[in-house]
Design a protein around this ligand. Sequence first.
Ligand SMILES: Nc1ncnc2c1ncn2[C@@H]1O[C@H](COP(=O)(O)OP(=O)(O)OP(=O)(O)O)[C@@H](O)[C@H]1O
Length: 336
Amino acid sequence: MIRIEHLHKNYQAGKRDIVALQDINLEIAQGEIFGIIGRSGAGKSTLIRTLNLLERPDSGRVLIDGEDITGLGHDSLLELRQHIGMVFQHFNLLNAKTVAQNIDWPLKITGRYSREQRNRRVDELLQLVGLEAHRDQYPSQLSGGQKQRVGIARALANSPRLLLCDEATSSLDPETTQSILRLLLEINRKLGLTIVLITHEMQVIRNICDRVAVLDAGIVVERGTVVDTFLRPRHAVTRALLSESLAFDETLAPYTRRADGKLVRLTYAGELAAQPILSQLTAATTALATIVQGTVSRIKDTPYGQLLVEFSGDEEAVSQVLERLDTSGIDHEVLA
Ligand SMILES: Nc1ncnc2c1ncn2[C@@H]1O[C@H](COP(=O)(O)OP(=O)(O)OP(=O)(O)O)[C@@H](O)[C@H]1O
């Protein structure tokens, strides 16, 4: 649906040339939620803004449904932007207008609809984002989460093909973030809408994205399904962003290790997460399994586990467990 080819973008800051994007190549499929994550200054905003040409790349192409949008003239670009909704970190609402008027605004400026048609559409959108009771309030009377719901309804007004979210939850508290993420997921599923979002929070990616690209200094350093990227991060930047992932915490060892066994990191996902894997690995042996550290949780709809386990006891029994691990389908690494 979206193809980004050899995208480059530099900024000029005085005499300095700042490279914001370097040879970005990405494909984003129809109906998926695609996340772009990176540290501050990585180029995320620049990249997402090239998808509706709020930012013009210096070279490269952005194809949406096969059409190269970088070649569009002024009128075609305005037309295109009606089909690409955008949600902003700071909401960007019109403060002198009510909730309903804010949502109506993009409908009104097309000049295509009667007042009655617009009212009907605004009612539908208010219902979709759960703000029926706030129709006639002003942005100053709303919470951050409610403001973002208005922002989302407004972005959806013209039934876009694509929704861009620029740090849509970064100004919200964790609970409100979750409710906005649930809303985005619901919209994606109900409307089959493609969503591209940028964030610096892995939590956002983990909760709703299907695939992710990790951006660093204007370069895509890693990309893949969220499950794969989270459970098997390859690049140091991804590992650093994954602060919640299971880095071995040295300070735990004296408390939780028996210190005479093999310390093994186990990573598994999907059906394996519902299996009694430790019992199966040690069954009919005298080996003991001690959990040193661990997480069992989910990435979007995929359950997973990451455990640090010490297998101890009789040497032969421990070897037998390690052999079983090799044929188990569980990713594992013997650490000590
Ligand atoms: N208008 C501009 N003029 C000059 N430099 C810019 C401009 N906009 C962005 N930059 C620079 O380009 C690089 C990428 O910026 P960008 O805002 O895309 O990163 P980001 O990943 O979105 O960062 P943040 O998470 O802090 O918003 C940074 O070095 C930034 O300072």
